[in-house]
Write a protein that binds this ligand. Structure first.
Ligand SMILES: *Cc1c(COP(=O)(O)O)cnc(C)c1O
Length: 372
């Protein structure tokens, strides 16, 4: 009997439709306001979101931009990072962490992750520090904070900046405190698939430093604070009004959505008992928002095929670690340089994770993973 005959519905890794149907009326109302005010670029809807997001993260400032990659680029520029400089980042992250460094003209230096948390391996950072190192950009991978205090201690010892790549971690907490103010700056993505995603492309930077915030606001807007006067070479990295408006609405639901993900993750963590399947270790100090629920298994293709036969469709985050991407071939990394990140890339599988998964869908995922 085919699964269709059994009446099983497909469970994708991520489904954005449920969430957007729930809030459609509210979002369309704000879209109408943006339209009536023709506040399409920057403006009051972006500012209102920035204020809410700053409050949420506990930061003095939140500066909205057009995506998470440009957020990282501007953070590097504001810290004076450029040609000839090096920035340490984990090898297992979405590639955009490295783009932020490269777009500023600096060189990303990749560090392996640990074998169990898959976060940057703090014990392997210091051997990568040179006279050119200017900063460490840690990534809260899959929504779980990295060991911020340990990385901060290395930054302080070597006089380096700390940047949080919090693109996957809107609302995650480290030792009880929301991420976004641990580094000099924290960079967020509001890509639609993130826990907090705009109806469009968007990103932002949080900081407690007024000078940084002012510089970010100028750089995103053509290097200008007074219209048509340009103090330095700038960028057009502004956030759109429709994006700001939709984010403002979604802020109200973020904590609830994150908590539902936490609830689902708790079930996965306690009810998945298949010895062939390993989950991301959750240290006591990490309160993840489970942007993704990644597992590893020896024979990924076999597990994938098995889950697909049960109408469950995991995804891969990410199949190639940054240091082995073709784009960085010129840096001369080779297989074996970051063994844990390489293992993760070759064996990872992301189980369905989004707030609208029903309890029955979660049951089905758990049963299927255990039956594999
Ligand atoms: C999504 C993401 C980014 C980039 O964000 P965009 O909005 O897609 O440009 C950066 N870093 C990490 C870790 C991400 O997951």
């Amino acid at each position: 009997m085919t699964s269709q005959a059994q009446g099983l519905s497909k469970i994708p890794c991520l489904d954005l439709k449920g969430q957007h149907q729930q809030i459609k009326n509210e979002v369309f109302e704000v879209f109408e306001k943006v339209y009536e005010q023709t506040a399409f670029s920057g403006g009051p809807f972006v500012e209102a979101f920035e204020k809410k997001f700053a409050e949420y993260t506990g930061a003095n400032y939140a500066v909205g931009v057009n995506n998470g990659t440009t957020a990282l680029h501007l953070a590097m520029l504001v810290l004076g990072i450029g040609e000839g400089d090096e920035v340490i980042i984990p090898a297992d992250t979405f590639i955009a962490t490295a783009w932020g460094v490269s777009h500023a003209g600096a060189t990303p230096v990749f560090v392996d992750c640990t074998a169990d948390t898959w976060e940057i391996d703090v014990t392997k950072i210091e051997e990568k520090i040179t006279s050119k190192t200017k900063a460490i950009a840690g990534v809260h991978l899959y929504g779980q904070p990295f060991d911020i205090d340990a990385v901060r201690a290395i930054c302080d010892k070597h006089n380096l900046f700390l940047i949080e790549d919090a693109a996957q971690a809107q609302g995650a907490r480290y030792k009880g405190k929301t991420v976004g103010t641990f580094g000099e700056m924290a960079c967020f993505s509001f890509y639609p698939g993130k826990n907090l995603g705009a109806c469009g492309e968007a990103g932002g930077i949080t900081t407690n430093n007024e000078a940084y915030a002012k510089h970010l606001m100028s750089l995103r807007n053509h290097g200008s604070t007074v219209r048509y006067y340009h103090d330095e070479i700038g960028y057009n990295y502004r956030m759109g009004g429709l994006e700001g408006g939709s984010l403002q609405i979604k802020m109200k639901y973020l904590e609830g959505w994150n908590n539902r993900r936490r609830e689902i993750a708790k079930r996965y963590l306690s009810e998945i008992k298949n010895p062939k399947v390993k989950m991301q270790h959750q240290p006591d100090w990490a309160d993840s928002i489970f942007h993704l629920f990644v597992v590893t298994t020896e024979n990924r293709e076999e597990m994938m095929a098995f889950l697909n036969s049960k109408e469950i469709y995991p995804a891969l985050h990410y199949p190639v670690p940054c240091h082995l991407q073709k784009a960085y071939a010129h840096l001369g990394y080779k297989t074996g340089d970051c063994p844990n990140a390489e293992y993760l890339a070759a064996h990872c599988l992301s189980l369905p994770m989004y707030a609208e998964l029903t309890d029955e869908m979660v049951d089905r995922v758990i049963e299927a993973v255990n039956a594999y």
